[in-house]
Design a binder for this molecule. Structure first.
Ligand code: LMR
Length: 391
């Protein structure tokens, strides 16, 4: 049987990790997979996480099973940060823990499919794994352009997609820090999107994987909250892998918004059944550490400071890129106002290969760069190489 399988190409983003590691050049620059790096190029464990993990080692008294919903204390402690003061939206919102943001997205689209969704509208470019997940569960995808060439979100395209959607269709939107473009909707654009979705009844799925890495925790959630306030129902996939630096520990959650509090039971029980059949229950450790942080005001303060430091460094890199103006034919100024870990520089696949082979600069074939891979020290080399390759 297994002879019938044909080899699959490795995931291009994950393949870059290996390519970069094998490059002996000391001045190589990794702008590939989305992990935060300090000015020294490190991806350290957060101080708040270290302290919470120590406490877990000292105080955790059992590793016995939880359930498909995972650590509900973690899920509930996060809610005010994501959804604001009325965290349960009048008792209509409940969540469950998932293995990372990917687990949450996978569960969200599988749940939507089980409820009858046949097609998902998605802005492109998007995180490549979105399309891979949809293909894996045989869910049809319809695409629209996320951003205009001038680096502004394409409101007309998303509104047209919403208005063209049929009754068994959904739309997937990024909550903030759009991956890969860094181009987020403005609050006015979110308001127009909310109105269009409310009028047409298209089903809404939001992927929020970078809250706090754009303009601030509250600011990054504002658009999503605005649209959710108008929704009778929605699914929100959430990741703590970036804003708590928990990448390999896989810390995520799926939140489900029902039309009425009474409607939540049926929805969450279906999500639990899907999780049980997929991974039974999520890994506990990372979520337990996040719960300890969010329940302890002192640790919360440490975490928020670390998040501010991350965001501040990325804004500094963005400002320096924008100040560089142009590199060859590339206008770098829009990167200054974009958000989060990523932006796209409009280079060809051949230019991406030249940047890698001639300059040791690693980025996705799409031209996506991880802003946190740049430092004040290596940024001039990046700009010069970009100028040379595209000049
Ligand atoms: C990325 O886009 O680089 C991250 O979300 C990591 C991943 O899993 O692809």
């Amino acid at each position: 049987m297994l002879d019938r399988l044909s080899p699959q190409a490795p995931d291009p983003l994950l393949a870059l990790i290996r390519l970069h590691a094998a490059d002996p050049r000391e001045d190589k620059i990794d702008l590939g997979v989305g992990v935060y790096r300090t000015e020294e190029g490190a991806t350290p464990v957060f101080r708040a996480i270290k302290a919470a993990e120590q406490r877990l080692v000292d105080e955790q008294d059992s590793k016995s099973y939880l359930g498909p919903e995972g650590d509900i204390g973690f899920v509930n402690a996060l809610m005010p940060y994501i959804f604001g003061a009325d965290a349960t939206m009048g008792g209509r919102l409940a969540g469950m823990q998932t293995p990372g943001g990917t687990g949450a997205v996978r569960l969200a689209v599988a749940l939507a499919q089980k409820a009858g969704v046949r097609r998902i509208h998605m802005g492109v470019p998007s995180w490549p794994n979105h399309a891979q997940i949809m293909a894996d569960i045989s869910l049809e995808v319809a695409t629209f352009d996320h951003a205009n060439p001038d680096g502004i979100a394409n409101l007309d395209a998303v509104l047209t997609a919403i208005r063209s959607a049929g009754p068994d269709e959904a739309i997937l939107l990024h909550g903030c820090c759009h991956n890969p473009t860094g181009v987020d909707y403005t609050l006015d654009q979110w308001a127009a999107i909310a109105e269009a979705i409310a009028e047409t009844g298209v089903f809404l799925i939001i992927d929020s994987a970078y809250q706090g890495l754009g303009a601030g925790l509250e600011e990054d959630a504002a658009g999503m909250r605005l649209v959710l306030a108008k929704m009778p129902e929605a699914l929100i996939a959430y990741s703590c892998d970036k804003n708590f630096g928990m990448y390999r520990d896989r810390v995520g959650a799926l939140y489900m918004l029902a039309e009425t509090p009474a409607g939540l039971d049926a929805i969450t029980s279906n999500a639990n059944a899907l999780a049980r059949a997929s991974w039974s229950m999520p890994p506990d450790h990372g979520a337990a550490a996040v719960r300890l942080i969010l329940r302890d005001p002192d640790l919360t303060k440490v975490w928020l400071t670390e998040l501010d430091e991350m965001r501040g460094r990325m804004r500094q890199v963005r400002a320096a890129l924008a100040a560089a103006g142009t590199a060859g034919r590339i206008d770098l100024t829009p990167l200054g106002t974009q958000n989060g870990l990523f932006s796209v520089v409009p280079v060809s696949k051949e230019e991406v290969v030249r940047l890698r082979e001639e300059h040791g600069i690693y980025m996705a074939a799409s031209g996506r760069i991880n802003i946190a891979g740049l430092t004040m020290a290596n940024l001039p080399k990046f700009v010069a190489a970009l100028a040379e390759v595209t000049g």
